[in-house]
Design a protein around this ligand. Structure first.
Ligand code: AMP
Length: 193
């Protein structure tokens, strides 16, 4: 089992580079943001709860998010060979829970691909995505809150994973192809894959 966490601020390119990672390493993709947006689109109870947080740019509570993820891992046979976790974990508590969930399955986070992008570039990309995709949380007010939340709750994961010894810092500026070349080189060097 080879598990990758793709980590970075909103707009850092996690979704785009996840697609490249899936194509290259044949991993199962779990995007917690997509899972939640799917619930919202289907109008489920969970979707209603999720929307109240997402529309304000805040995180869904850890307990709820961890139980959603555990459910996916338990009920998805394709996830057994390896997963790319996109948008999860987003807090230290979630990272600890992920570590425990994978340990129960004799597995671990093998690499954390950290996409590092300057703040102004993040805002430009998110506003552009908002125009193109119509994602309702890609508006200036919500973007600002999402970046605040990222700095206060998610960024501390950088040090957590550096200590765990699996953090691969990647400059997330430039073309999609050149960034992916850097990701592949780092995974090969650090993980031999
Ligand atoms: P994303 O598509 O990853 O940018 O996520 C969109 C929104 O979904 C976030 O701003 C959060 O409100 C929520 N969300 C996604 N993943 C998580 C998570 N791991 N923990 C808490 N909230 C999340």
């Amino acid at each position: 089992m080879f598990n990758i966490v793709i980590f970075g601020a909103p707009g850092s390119g996690k979704g785009t580079q996840s697609e490249n990672l899936i194509a290259n390493y044949g991993l199962f993709h779990i995007s917690t943001g997509e899972v939640l947006r799917d619930h919202i689109a289907r109008g489920t109870e969970l979707g209603k709860v999720a929307e109240s947080y997402i529309s304000k740019g805040n995180l869904i509570p850890d307990d709820l998010m961890v139980s959603i993820l555990a459910d996916i891992l338990d009920n998805t046979p394709e996830a057994k060979d390896g997963v790319i976790f996109d948008g999860f974990p987003r807090t230290i508590n979630q990272a600890k829970a992920l570590k425990a969930m994978l340990a129960e399955r004799n597995a671990q986070v093998d690499a954390v691909v950290g996409l590092e992008v300057e703040e102004q570039e993040l805002i430009t990309r998110l506003l552009k995505r908002g125009e193109e995709s119509g994602r309702s949380d890609d508006n200036m007010e919500t973007i600002k809150q999402r970046l605040n939340v990222y700095h206060s709750q998610t960024q501390p994961l950088h040090d957590f994973y550096v200590e765990e010894g699996c953090y691969l810092g990647i400059k997330g500026m430039g073309t999609v192809e050149s960034i992916f070349d850097d990701i592949k080189a780092a995974i090969k060097e650090k993980c031999g894959k």
